[in-house]
Design a protein around this ligand. Structure first.
Ligand code: RIB
Length: 299
């Protein structure tokens, strides 16, 4: 089995439950606070490891209490953390997640994640032909581009989850085999909003053909749409009780990378990853609900 290498962010998520957000100048009493390991890179690495992939994470933490907690957590989750380095005089990334009835509101303080730049040795050591490199945009865009270009050069499969969206993605496309935006991020890629939902799949197919990149759009409750050579296939999402949607996209991406490393086709991989992402929203915290392969198969 080939490896999954995740190049990305590591955060401590502080999940605060509150009825509403405070107005400027107002102090509110919230309901509760929970701490979970998060960050899109760490989440995707854990999602891939839970379904049995051999996963390495390339990332950066600060030399602080959160840093040592997240490092130990990733080790327990069987993620290879030998390429997770620690930096002095900077804090580990933190995400303040306000869990509101209608949805979440998130502020990310990237901290050490933004110092992840010198990754040449790590890439050389970890990435081989046919491995899968998965990355996102909570680390410097130059680092993401370097990682994709180097992995592509070595003959690895490259997946870019363009979240949070950044225009720099356009320059990375020559090094990307599969791109996995959500609907809003896909509109960022297009450069305009889709006003007629009936046009969504056509826009996907045109974009994919023009950019010679496999496109997979995660569409929340509507499911997942992906392009083939000449059509768009949509897999509807199954209905489950939703507790917390944080990390659902990360679960999808991590399992997708794991399935491709196991040699599955894109269509098989999307089906399994979609089920995994659906299961992940049934528990509080980005990683808590990430399923094992046995749990997905039983679903
Ligand atoms: O995708 C979810 C993640 O985004 C959270 O874990 C949080 O850390 C933010 O980075």
């Amino acid at each position: 089995m080939k490896k999954v290498i995740v190049l990305g962010s590591i955060n401590m998520d502080m999940v605060m439950e509150t009825d509403r957000l405070p107005k400027v100048g107002e102090t509110l009493l919230g309901e509760s606070i929970d701490y979970y390991v998060g960050g899109k890179g760490a989440n995707q690495a854990v999602a891939a490891a839970r379904v049995g992939a051999n996963v390495s994470l390339i990332g950066k933490i600060g030399d602080d209490t959160f840093g040592s907690k997240v490092y130990k957590h990733l080790e327990r989750e069987k993620v290879d953390v030998t390429a997770v380095t620690s930096e002095k005089n900077i804090f580990t990334g933190v995400a303040s997640i306000f869990k509101l009835k209608e949805d979440n509101a998130i502020v990310v303080l990237p901290g050490a994640n933004m110092l992840l730049s010198d990754i040449v040795d790590e890439l050389n050591e970890k990435v081989n032909a046919q491995d899968v490199l998965l990355t996102q945009l909570e680390i410097p865009v130059e680092t993401v581009k370097k990682g994709l270009a180097s992995a592509k050069d070595k003959g690895a499969i490259t997946i870019l989850n363009p979240a949070p969206y950044n225009e720099a993605v356009i320059d990375m496309l020559p090094f990307v085999d599969i791109i996995t935006p959500n609907e809003t991020e896909f509109e960022g890629l297009l450069g305009y909003s889709i006003t007629d939902p009936a046009q969504f799949e056509e826009e996907m197919l045109n974009w994919s053909l023009q950019n010679k990149t496999q496109l997979i759009v995660t569409r929340g409750g509507q499911g997942i749409s992906y392009t083939t050579k000449n059509e768009v296939v949509t897999i509807a999402a199954e209905k489950v009780p939703v507790v917390d949607t944080t990390g659902a996209g990360d679960t999808f991406n991590g399992i997708l990378a794991a399935c491709l490393a196991k040699g599955m086709t894109v269509s098989e991989a999307v089906k399994l990853s979609g089920k995994g992402a659906t299961l992940s929203v049934t528990k509080l915290g980005a990683q808590t609900g990430m399923p094992t392969l046995a749990e997905i198969n039983a679903f």
